[in-house]
Design a protein around this ligand. Sequence first.
Ligand code: 13P
Ligand code: SF4
Length: 324
Amino acid sequence: MFGGSNNGVRDVDLGSLAQGIARLKRELGAVILAHNYQPPEVQDVADFVGDSLELSLKVSEVSAKVVVFCGVDFMAEQASAINEGVTVLHPEPDSKCPMAGMISVEDVRRARRIFPKVPVVIYVNSPAAVKAEADYIVTSANAAEVVKAVESDVVVFGPDRHLAEYIAKETGKVVVPVPPYGHCPVHVRFNPDEVRVLKSVYGSCTFIAHPECPESIRVLADFIGSTSQMVKFVRSCQSRCILVGTEVGIVYRMMKENPDKLFIPASTSAVCADMKKITLDKVYRSLRDRVHRVEVPKEVARRVRLAVENTFRVLGREPPWSRR
Ligand code: 13P
Ligand code: SF4
């Protein structure tokens, strides 16, 4: 059925692909995880849709030996690093977060030389080799909580300088951004003047924003949180009109879960091209050919796990693998 030219999966309709994916998933006992920014048809075949934190922990919760990770490279790498023995497949290895490419191992080592004894907190949106250098690894869902809990008034944080600024505001601590220019090219596309105009046009709209947005946008927000924290917020919020200050892909899930509410992207150009490189035919091929297997060097994975355990410890929690 899916044989033939171009690996045989270009010309079939999405419904047949979804059926083929469901069959292969059953045969392999695989689980499909998708980030909140994934295209609608990919979200629809996923067993679980979530933010970076939820997805990385989900792998430990589900007992599957094969996980197809629909998100950008660092997310699949993180899932592989903290889940020894699980085969993590990434349908499109070229789906890479540009912000993660803005920090290097040398950046972190230089910061340690300049600020000895200052804890290094690394955002999950980084290569595994960089996270292996960290004392703590955080996501947008827990960054401020972790930094608050760390016993130091100063931390080094990278690579997102806007998230660094947000953490400093939330915690009252000094947060040194490494590198000084790290940012998400999608979240810097919002324009405060446009947001102000949209807010006045739509009157009673509630504006929600991701902490990767620059401060000029965050100050206009009624709620700031990770992608899943935003999803949760809109479910319970009284307002029927939501202005969305993050990647537009999240609007699909919000509309699906809240058909009685109106969702307006604060910028239609806030599209993460790398997130959209995962397509249904690539998910199908990933399961059919067991590609592309994510390999994190053993020593790097061990150090990433240590930093994650440290992060759980500072929050007074147990890492999920301690319950396995
Ligand atoms: P979340 O962890 O909030 O899902 O964010 C990931 C991300 O890449 C935001 O741009
Ligand atoms: Fe990276 Fe930004 Fe895309 Fe998130 S939205 S994956 S931070 S480029």
